[in-house]
Design a protein around this ligand. Structure first.
Ligand code: PLP
Length: 500
């Protein structure tokens, strides 16, 4: 027999000693829930059997109430699937509900929220964020993900769960996954660590949030790259820190400029392997200079190593953390680029003496990471699928990058400059003089080309107008056509033809 899904029941307080019959009480409770909007048109209601059980009454009064509700058009029975609030409710109930929809007691205007929340700029989904189409930044080659292998591993853990996997876990995360990640980081990223220092978090974002909570106080100065990663910067701003934008040049963050601006900063937030968004790698002298400044001034370096697996023209660059002999670096990594962002799994490598603090504060945030995908990922890495996937996608992204660079050169010649095309899954194209990147992004979005304006990455006045193009999920077939559409947008904004 087909199982019929059960719906939620509204609050029904049956009073057995009341003179009102039980079926009338049930009937009225449903009418009130529909009028009050707690049950919506098309929503499933519980079966008569499960509601009777829930209310601890016999099934008869529930059946009588349901028959009446169906007869009057409030409910509809769909054969084989259950009973639902009618998708076309009687007119008078709908109008009563619309009147009731304005919440009582809410006056117009903003109601007070915390000062730090009120001071924070609204999150507005820009048209170029979270879309599907050409050049969306942050998207990976989803169609090349080994779904079958992944599903097999998910099934393995869903079908044979350990009792312990149902309970709260270690706030540091699964030990198996942590030691797998420690092996990987030591070998591939030259990170100085063991499993005891690796904490599993829900993506870099939580790693940053946690680091800010553990290390920084409101009013502390934090160096951030200018231009830089907005989502990361916002964590420190929300923690009440004073952001100090430090310029990025061809060698990465300009440490001397940082020292001039705020020698006494408490932390520096950097992306040394592949600066976001400009794509430069921090030079060795700058790395040493940064580590030296941190040691002398007692500051922390928060290293966001988000996509270092993908380098196309040289060997991967070792982590900054591996250079540091004074445990001043908090190293953060993610599986958002190598696997997929909705996985929400990343890691923080914590200096040994800070592990206790990180555990305490993490516990106060979300207790511990969820178990299932940690186990799946540990197997995925241990069985070699992760290394294989990275090798495969490195070739794939390298091809996409080559096609994109060629298409841009073909359409724009030297009228745009390309930055940071040697690594990662995005590059920057500077715009010809006189163009505003926001306007270009807005117009391009209408042509199904989704680019981030570079100016959004600046905290202060943008030094360069440019476009950030992600190529992770855009196929070599789509790229040339999308670049052609971009050229038409840019020419219409320029009011002139571009000579390629
Ligand atoms: C600089 C930088 N850091 C980190 C991330 C990944 O963040 P998360 O791990 O929270 O998905 C991204 C994603 O685009 C990024 O650009």
């Amino acid at each position: 027999m087909r199982k019929v899904a059960s719906g939620f029941s509204p609050v029904i307080a049956v009073e057995r000693r009341s003179k009102k019959p039980l079926h009338k009480q049930v009937y009225e409770a449903f009418c009130a829930a529909i009028v009050g909007g707690s049950l919506r048109a098309g929503q499933r209601v519980p079966s008569s059997r499960s509601l009777a059980l829930e209310l601890n009454v016999s099934r008869l009064p529930v059946l009588t109430a349901y028959s009446q509700l169906i007869a009057e058009g409030y409910f509809e029975a769909r054969s084989g699937s259950g009973t639902f609030v009618s998708s076309s409710l009687p007119e008078q109930w709908v109008s009563i509900r619309q009147r009731a929809a304005t919440p009582v007691g809410i006056r117009s205007g903003r109601r007070p929220v915390s000062k730090r929340s009120a001071a924070f700029p609204d999150f507005r989904g820009r048209p170029w964020q979270n879309r599907w189409g050409a050049f969306v930044v942050g998207q990976v080659a989803f169609d090349h993900f080994p779904v079958e292998v992944w599903s097999r591993l998910v099934n393995r853990h869903v079908r044979n769960p350990r009792v312990s996997s149902f309970h709260y876990g270690d706030p540091m995360g699964s030990h198996t996954l942590r030691s797998t990640i420690a092996d990987y980081l030591r070998t591939v990223r030259a990170v100085n660590c063991d499993a005891g220092q690796v904490m599993i978090v829900s993506g870099s974002q939580q790693g940053l949030e946690l680091s800010a909570r553990v290390l920084l106080d409101p009013g502390d100065k934090v160096w951030v790259e200018e231009p830089g990663y907005r989502a990361g910067r916002s964590v420190f701003a929300f923690a009440g820190c004073r952001l100090v934008p430090v310029p990025v040049d061809a060698e990465g963050l300009d440490v001397s400029a940082g020292v001039k601006l705020a020698r006494n900063a408490r932390a520096a937030f950097v992306t040394p392997s592949h600066q976001f968004p400009l794509g430069v790698s921090m030079s060795a002298p700058r790395r040493l200079q940064l580590v030296d400044w941190a040691q002398r001034s007692g500051a922390w370096i928060i290293e966001d190593d988000y996509d270092s697996e993908y380098r196309y023209e040289s060997m991967p660059i070792a982590s900054l953390q591996g250079l540091d002999r004074n445990s001043r670096v908090i190293y953060i990594g993610t599986f958002s680029k190598t696997l997929f962002p909705s996985l929400r799994l990343g890691y923080v490598v914590v200096p040994p003496d800070l592990v206790g603090r990180f555990v305490t504060i993490r516990h106060s945030m979300d207790l511990c990471p969820p178990n299932l995908y940690q186990s799946v990922l540990a197997d995925f890495i241990a069985e070699g699928h992760f290394a294989r996937h990275i090798r495969r996608t490195r070739l794939l992204y390298s091809e996409r990058r080559n096609v994109l660079v060629e298409a841009i050169r073909g359409e724009f010649g030297t009228s745009v400059e390309l930055l940071g095309a040697e690594a990662g899954m995005h590059l920057v194209a500077t715009l010809p003089k006189g163009l505003r990147d926001r306007q270009v992004s807005q117009q391009a979005a209408l042509q199904d080309v989704w680019l981030w304006p570079l100016s959004g990455c600046y905290l202060e006045k943008p030094q360069t107008q440019g476009l950030i193009l992600g190529f992770g999920s855009t196929t070599p077939k789509e790229i040339p056509k999308a670049v052609e559409r971009l050229r038409a947008v840019i020419e219409s904004q320029l009011g002139a033809k571009i000579s390629a």
